[in-house]
Write a protein that binds this ligand. Structure first.
Ligand SMILES: Cc1cc2nc3c(=O)[nH]c(=O)nc-3n(C[C@H](O)[C@H](O)[C@H](O)COP(=O)(O)OP(=O)(O)OC[C@H]3O[C@@H](n4cnc5c(N)ncnc54)[C@H](O)[C@@H]3O)c2cc1C
Length: 309
């Protein structure tokens, strides 16, 4: 039986793997891929020590680092997790099943897609889901921000300083974000707010060149020539797998305390799948490290308690 099974190989799960292995925990990392969301970005400029790095190459470095500490990695998708008894969890994948004394949940999240034609094709080639990360890459370009909630408004404010022109597209009759943020956006000289408007197609060759938009009031479609589309219509944490085992918040994120403990004994969680604020690589990695240390401390305590009894 493993001391810990980590589910997820993004920055949180990878950091947890490295820390757990260096604490000499018998560790298994079950992950669909190593890298997680970073594999979707082409340039990372805000991870300390890496001045300019592609997501793919940082993901490869995570793998090298995990291999250095001999973390056992299974490139599989966990489809079921069960608690067998107070000190045994079972993780099932399509191919195998594994058992451990503790679990570290690091399944991250997935951006809610627009479901517009062309969106998949131009992911990472003009279509982005992270303004904090990718905004600077669109300096002096024309961009659309989709979504009139707080995330969309904040992105429009951020892009006003960077881009040549910003279209804020909101499907509904009004923007739902904070009035103060909205007022700021309304006063931005380079930003145009377009209500009742949704993207029905994103087109281009190798990179985005424009979008077809539809106005539900005027019932007409129109072309907007632009270079980038920022999708800010929310994200979905990948927490369905363990929703019956650990407490979630209203947005389906795993609730954790400052030690990364979940509501269930022996289960720790980290990164974007949890209710911590600010979804960034450096934060997820730090949270992964914390979760592994907490799992180590938990195992040390339960082992000594068992020896005493
Ligand atoms: C396009 C884009 C660009 C970004 N750019 C930056 C940037 O430049 N700088 C920055 O700081 N942040 C950036 N971010 C945010 C950053 O990538 C995330 O905050 C970070 O990756 C979160 O790490 P995580 O490990 O918590 O989750 P994730 O990265 O989401 O990783 C989750 C992992 O869990 C795996 N997984 C999920 N479910 C299962 C399952 N059932 N079984 C097995 N494996 C599973 C996934 O395959 C993945 O390996 C960007 C995000 C996006 C989408």
């Amino acid at each position: 039986m493993y001391d810990t099974i980590i589910i997820g190989g993004g920055p949180a799960g990878s950091a947890a793997g490295i820390y757990a292995a260096r604490k000499k925990l018998n560790t298994l990392l079950v992950a669909e891929n190593i890298g997680g969301q970073i594999l979707k970005t082409w340039e990372i400029e805000n991870y300390p020590g890496f001045l300019e790095e592609t997501g793919a190459s940082l993901g490869e470095k995570f793998t090298t680092h995990l291999n250095k500490f001999k973390v056992e990695i299974k490139n599989e998708i966990a489809i079921n997790v069960n608690k067998i008894n107070s000190s045994c969890f079972q993780v099932r994948t399509k191919k195998n099943q594994y058992e451990s004394k503790t679990l570290i949940l690091a399944m991250g999240k997935t951006s809610r897609p627009l479901n517009a034609r062309g969106e998949e094709k131009f992911r990472g080639a003009g279509v982005t889901y992270c303004a904090t990360c990718d905004g600077p890459l669109f300096a002096n370009k024309i961009v659309a921000v989709v979504g009139g909630g707080n995330a969309g408004l904040e992105t429009a404010i951020q892009m006003e300083k960077i881009a040549a022109r910003v279209y804020l597209l909101e499907k509904g009759k009004e923007c739902q974000g904070d009035p103060l943020l909205l007022e700021n956006v309304q006063n931005q000289p380079k930003t145009k707010i377009m209500l009742d408007t949704e993207i029905i197609e994103i087109y281009g060759e190798n990179f985005v060149q424009g979008v077809k938009i539809k106005n539900s009031q005027a019932r007409k479609t129109q072309d907007l020539k632009l270079d980038g589309v920022f999708v800010e219509i929310g994200s979905v944490p990948n927490t369905a797998l363990t929703k019956n085992m650990v407490r979630l918040d209203a947005e389906n994120r795993i609730k954790i305390d400052k030690w990364n403990a979940t509501s269930a004994e022996g289960i720790f969680a980290c990164g974007d799948a949890t209710d911590i604020p600010y979804n960034q690589i450096v934060i997820a990695a730090g949270e992964g490290a914390k979760a592994a240390i907490s799992a180590f401390n938990y195992l040390a305590k339960t082992t000594s308690d068992n020896e005493r009894n």
